[in-house]
Design a binder for this molecule. Structure first.
Ligand code: 5AD
Ligand code: SF4
Length: 479
C-alpha cells in the first residue's frame, strides 16, 4: 500500500475507533445508572496520577470518559471507582503504588461496590502484573499505556466480568482522536504532540513502556488547540518525550520549529510551553522561532543528566559536556531573559566523585533556575541495570547532597535577579497554604504568590516581584 493510502486508512480506522469508544461510553453509562439505583446516590470516582505531565494529561482523558459515563469526579479515594495512573521511571514511584493499594483494599472491604483500576507506565512491566495477580487480587481492571483510548470498552468489560480484567499491549501505532477530556484547569491545557521515545538512554525505562515515537498530525494538533482556545484556554503545554524530534515520522515530515510557527498563529492563544527537549536535537531553527515569538514562554527544560562526558557516553545521551555548555551558551546569548531548568541523575553506574564535580561545574556555568535532582534507580531491562559497577549507596548519597546544595544556591541567586521588576503572571489558583493569596506563573515558569481576588484566576496580570524566597516570589498585584 502506498503511504498516502495507508494514512487515509489510518484516519478512517481512527474515526471508526472513536465511534466505537463513544458507543462503549454509553454502554458503560447503563452500568453506572444501574449502580446508582443500587447505591441510592450518583456513583463517585477518583483518578490519582503519579508521574509526569503526560500522565496528568492521560488522567484528564480518563476523567472525561468517567464523567461522560455518569460518574461524579471527586478527590477522595473513598470513591466507588478509583483508578491509579502509574509511573515507573524510578522505583520509588512503584513502591508508592504498592503502599497505597493496601489502603484501597481496606476501603473496598467497607464498600463492596467499589471498583479499583490500575493503568499507566508501571503496568507495562510483566513483573508488576505478576505481582498484582498474586498479591493484590482485589484489583478489578488493569491496562497499559498503548490501549488507554479503549478505557470505555475496558470499563464495560470490567462491569461484565467475574474476576480481574487485564489488557496489556506491547505496542501500538493507533492514535485515536476526539474522545472526551475533563480538564483540571479551564484556562490551560496539555496537548500531546507525540507519543513514545526512540532514544534509549541506557538508564531509562520509558522507551520500553511508552513504545516507539509517533507524532500526531499538525492538523489534529492545531484543531485541538483551536477548540481549546474557543473553550477558554490561554496557555498550552505541548507534550512529548522528546519534542525536538517531532514530525520526523509524519508522511509529510515537519520540524518542531515549524509546528510552533503554526501554533503561534492561533488567535486568542496567549502562551505556548513545551516539554521535554533533548539537547542533542535542539536546532538553531527552534532557538530562532523562540526568539522571534511573542507567545512561546521564556523557559526551556533541557535535561543534562550528567556533566561528565564519560558518564554521558555510558548513558547513551549522544552529547558531551562541552556540546551541552555550548548549546546553553548559545541559547542564553540569543534569548537572554530565558530561564533554563534541568534534570540531573546522581549515582549512575561507574560514576565517581570526579564525575559529580563535572556535573557541579555545569550547574555553576549554566546557572539553572531550577534543577530536579534524582538518585539513579535501577530499572530492570535497561542496559544500565546490567552494568557491573553500580555505585554504593553512601557514595551516591554524598554526591547527591553536594549536587543539591549547589542547585539550591545557584537557583536562589538566579531566580532573585528579577526582584523589583513587574512581570506578567497567569493566575492559576488560590494558594494552598494561605487562602488570602493567589498563585501565578511567570512566562519563565517562576511562581509568584500575591494578594488578589480569585476572580483573576485564568487571567494574565502584571505583578510586582517584591521578595524572592528561593524558588518563588512574594509579589503585589499592580493596579
Ligand atoms: N533513575 C533516576 N532518574 C531517572 N530518570 C529517568 N530514568 C531514571 C532512572 N532510572 C530521570 C531523568 C529524566 C527524568 C524524567 O527522570 O532525569 O529526565
Ligand atoms: Fe513516569 Fe516516564 Fe511514564 Fe511519565 S512517561 S509516567 S515519567 S514512566
Amino acid at each position: 500500500m502506498n503511504e498516502l493510502k495507508q494514512s487515509i486508512t489510518d484516519k478512517l480506522n481512527s474515526h471508526e475507533e472513536t465511534q466505537r469508544q463513544l458507543a462503549y461510553i454509553q454502554k458503560a453509562g447503563e452500568y453506572v445508572r444501574k449502580l446508582e439505583q443500587e447505591l441510592g446516590h450518583k456513583p463517585t470516582c477518583c483518578v490519582t496520577t503519579f508521574g509526569c505531565q503526560m500522565n496528568a494529561r492521560d488522567s484528564e482523558k480518563l476523567s472525561g470518559i468517567l464523567e461522560r459515563a455518569g460518574y461524579e469526579l471527586i478527590e477522595d479515594e473513598d470513591a466507588d471507582f478509583v483508578i491509579y495512573n502509574t509511573c515507573t521511571v524510578r522505583d520509588n514511584a512503584n513502591q508508592r503504588v504498592y503502599g497505597r493499594l493496601g489502603h484501597l483494599n481496606s476501603l473496598k472491604k467497607k464498600n463492596p461496590h467499589k471498583k479499583i483500576a490500575l493503568c499507566g507506565c508501571m503496568m507495562q512491566e510483566p513483573s508488576v502484573i505478576e505481582k498484582i495477580r498474586q498479591s493484590y487480587r482485589f484489583v478489578d481492571l488493569i491496562f497499559g499505556t498503548h490501549n488507554i483510548y479503549k478505557f470505555a470498552e475496558l470499563l464495560v468489560n470490567m462491569f461484565e466480568a467475574d474476576g480481574m480484567v487485564i489488557d496489556i499491549w506491547q505496542d501500538t501505532d493507533q492514535i485515536v482522536e476526539d474522545l472526551p477530556v475533563e480538564r483540571k484547569y479551564p484556562f490551560k491545557s496539555g496537548i500531546n504532540i507525540m507519543f513514545g521515545c526512540n532514544n534509549f538512554c541506557s538508564y531509562c525505562i520509558v522507551p520500553y513502556v511508552r513504545g516507539r515515537e509517533r507524532s500526531r498530525s499538525p492538523r489534529d494538533i492545531i484543531r485541538e488547540i483551536e477548540s481549546l482556545v474557543a473553550d477558554g484556554v490561554v496557555e498550552v503545554m505541548l507534550l512529548g518525550q522528546n519534542v525536538n524530534s517531532y514530525g520526523k515520522n509524519l508522511e509529510e515530515p515537519m520540524t518542531f520549529a515549524q509546528l510552533l510557527r503554526e501554533i503561534e498563529k492561533i488567535q486568542g492563544l496567549k502562551r505556548i510551553r513545551f516539554m521535554t527537549s533533548h539537547p542533542k536535537d535542539l536546532s538553531d531553527e527552534l532557538i530562532q522561532v523562540m526568539k522571534e515569538s511573542t507567545k512561546i514562554c521564556r523557559h526551556l527544560h533541557l535535561p543534562l543528566q550528567s556533566g561528565s562526558s564519560r558518564i554521558l557516553n555510558a548513558m547513551n545521551r549522544r552529547y558531551t559536556k562541552e556540546q551541552y555548555l555550548a548549546l546553553a551558551e548559545k541559547i542564553r546569548r540569543e534569548i537572554p531573559d530565558i530561564s533554563i531548568t534541568t534534570d540531573i541523575i546522581v549515582g549512575f553506574p561507574g560514576e565517581e566523585p570526579a564525575d559529580v564535580d563535572e556535573t557541579i561545574d555545569v550547574i555553576q556555568k549554566v546557572q539553572y533556575d531550577n534543577a530536579f535532582t534524582f538518585i539513579y534507580s535501577k530499572r530492570t531491562g535497561t542496559p544500565a541495570a546490567a552494568m557491573e559497577n553500580q555505585v554504593p549507596e553512601e557514595v551516591v548519597k554524598e554526591g547527591f547532597d553536594r549536587v543539591l546544595k549547589v542547585v539550591q544556591d545557584t537557583a536562589r541567586e538566579r531566580v532573585s535577579r528579577l526582584q523589583g521588576q513587574t512581570m506578567e503572571a497567569l493566575v492559576e489558583e488560590v494558594n494552598e497554604q494561605d487562602a488570602s493569596l493567589l498563585t501565578g506563573r511567570l512566562s519563565n515558569n517562576t511562581i509568584v504568590h500575591f494578594k488578589g481576588d480569585k476572580k483573576l484566576i485564568g487571567q494574565i496580570v502584571p505583578v510586582y516581584l517584591k521578595e524572592c524566597h528561593g524558588f518563588y516570589y512574594l509579589g503585589e498585584a499592580v493596579k
